[in-house]
Design a protein around this ligand. Sequence first.
Ligand code: HXC
Length: 514
Amino acid sequence: MSIRRKTKELQDRMNIALSGGGEKAIEKQVAMGKLPARERVEAILDNGTFHEYDLFVEHQAKEFDMDKKILNADGVITGTGTIYGHSVCIYAQDFTVAGGSLGLAHARKITKIMDHAMKLGIPIIGINDSGGARIQEGVNSLAGYGEIFFRNTLASGVIPQISVILGPCAGGAVYSPALTDFVFVVDKISKMFITGPEVIKTVLGEEISMDDLGGARVHTEITGNAHFYAETELECFEQIKKLVTFVPWNNKKKADKFPTRKPRSKFKIDGIIPTDSKQPYDVRDVINSIVDDSDFLEIQEGWAPNMVIGLARLNGDTVGFVANQPLVMAGVLDVDSSDKAARFIRYCDAFNIPIITLVDLPGYLPGIDQEHAGVIRHGAKVLYSYSEATVTKITVILRKAYGGGYIAMNSRHLGADFVLAWPSAEIAVMGPEGAANIIFRKEIAEAENPEEMRKLKVKEYKKRFANPYAAAAYGYIDAVIDPTETRSYLMHALDVSKNKQELRPWKKHGIPPF
Ligand code: HXC
């Protein structure tokens, strides 16, 4: 065969393989508001950089007439490309081909590109749009999932792993995203659940829509499984591209340095904290008034909003923020906010991102619901993550730092490198009212006017402890600073700790309170 004929054969074969599930299936996909798989990949990557692998992979299944079925690219597109000039590995399941279901060949394409990402030390982005394990391929499909989960776990903390849920992600398939660093969902398109509506109807006799069961809002607000929510696929792709500008390409690298930019002038740090210590405020205003260009990428914004986490830059370098949010439940630590903070601390530590902790909380949330939900176990994760982390850890106590909350939020005692406090800081075992009621119980009860006496004792207690100076006297905080000095102090602390090294005792791994 001449070269020209061979080239023609290649073109013909490619045209077939690239046609996915055919025109009708693609039309159905588009009618559902979903982009075809290759268009998704191309929209995320820099123009014209996608290089596809394994286009001609074929399944070897025979059962249920599978030997008569041709599944183009076996329902998953894999390859490499760049984002802002940096290489990434990517795969996208193609729902138009057998519902994007995962058989052995499909799984092997995914594990091959994951192995590639690990060897090259570059991120892996996975677009999920699939009916789950390919039923006709039986245990081979299950094996495929197992192989993917194994690699997700090995890659965890080594290369960034990003999951994008752009269709159904059903059954065991959900566990791959759950093992990755960041999960992106899109309104009306993402559907993520272990057991679908059909199974629920059969087993429990209940009717429930896929959206109510595992739609985008469910996972950004109720379960915390997703980290970013978008209204459209294109908005989601912009979010992914923004996120990757903040993250290092692997655990041995630092994120790209950007030019330093001052916070925008509309964000003024002075006067954010109300004079009445019971009044709430938005801690994101504090973050925006500190960071470069007031550009804060909040993560898991809709879930456990009493804790704010996210990425930003100081002096052009990426930093992670963990901050109590006084606007929601006074910023208390509870089961979900503890999980949220703890996982992010470990993420930052794994990828060499310094952590800045902003403290204003009355402590752990009291009550039988929280106790029974395991606030002891979940709260311990925060202590564990901070203590374990060896990246630069800086704390700024803005206002309340009471009891367990003081210790948990990256106190000096858990290994903070720098602890700063604003003059408004109140560092104490508990709030003034509760404390006065306990330690002055006798005086209050025996007073002629107990209410007057109580107020007096609260005032006395506040004067003694509701300030940063008792802690400063013991050296538990390094400096009491004017809020306007916060940005320059933080930049200095990051600068002097550029080469920080801290060793931990050798171990195979710890046993965190999962
Ligand atoms: C084989 C599948 C499939 C699957 C869908 N298809 N899911 N083929 N295995 N798991 C096929 C359909 O037969 C159909 O083929 C095409 O994909 C499109 O599917 P539809 O049902 O027509 O699409 P839609 O109405 O949009 O519904 C999508 C869906 C539904 C909600 C995802 O297909 C569904 O419920 N699928 C099964 C989901 C599920 O329970 N998966 C869990 C499997 S068990 P044709 O040829 O008609 O176009 C599992 C365990 C793994 O994953 C455990 C690992 C630890």
